[in-house]
Ligand binder design. Sequence first.
Ligand SMILES: [Ca+2]
Ligand SMILES: [Ca+2]
Ligand SMILES: [Ca+2]
Length: 239
Amino acid sequence: MNKREARSQKPEARRRGRIQKKSARCAFPIPPGSWFLAPGFTLVELLVVLVILGILASLTTLGINAAINSATKNRTEALVLQLSAQLDVYRLRWGDFPPSTLAELGTAPPNAVNNGIEALTACLASRRKGGQLLDHVEFSNTDADVISINATDWFFGDNQLREVADSYGFPLVYLHHKDYVRTPVSMRTYLFSGENEQEQIEAVKDPATQAYFNPDKFQILSVGKDGKWGTDDDLGLPR
Ligand SMILES: [Ca+2]
Ligand SMILES: [Ca+2]
Ligand SMILES: [Ca+2]
């Protein structure tokens, strides 16, 4: 290549160089000072990221807790419906629902708390005639009472007066319809945990009519997650 040819090619080379530089700049335009070109995060950027991660973590925890609470509540409601169906079977076999106290079965209960659910548990766990009706349920014995005899030939293998417990571990409340208002009130006295005081239960009325729900059957109630009667988280039939 002579000098003239070389000179003629220089502008072309310079033009290609400019194009290459321009292409390099424009192929992926990045504004100056962009954060991902910086050698590291600034303190403010790190704080922003941490705050966002914290918010996401708390939202996830809240969602998980809400799902757990909902599932636990659903288990108690399903248990109450299950017991309701079993009580209907019991009445078909025996002509009536279990009483609200074992005293009506000829056995004096050793104390005056949790009598209703203890009587329900004793009756549905009985091996007499039609066989036991309780299945896949949890039990408590919050008043730790033991009776002298196995009043209904229940299947537990000891004489503890157990209570069917809700999904929170508290004994359910059971009231035969004839005991919604009848004395003694010990049939409606409950101890839901060893840490709380005894509570007096009232059968639930329809607020619109002031008539008792389930007037010809029974009421099964749960004190809910807080373990206290008469609060917003109470569950069960008839509600
Ligand atoms: Ca008792
Ligand atoms: Ca008991
Ligand atoms: Ca409650």
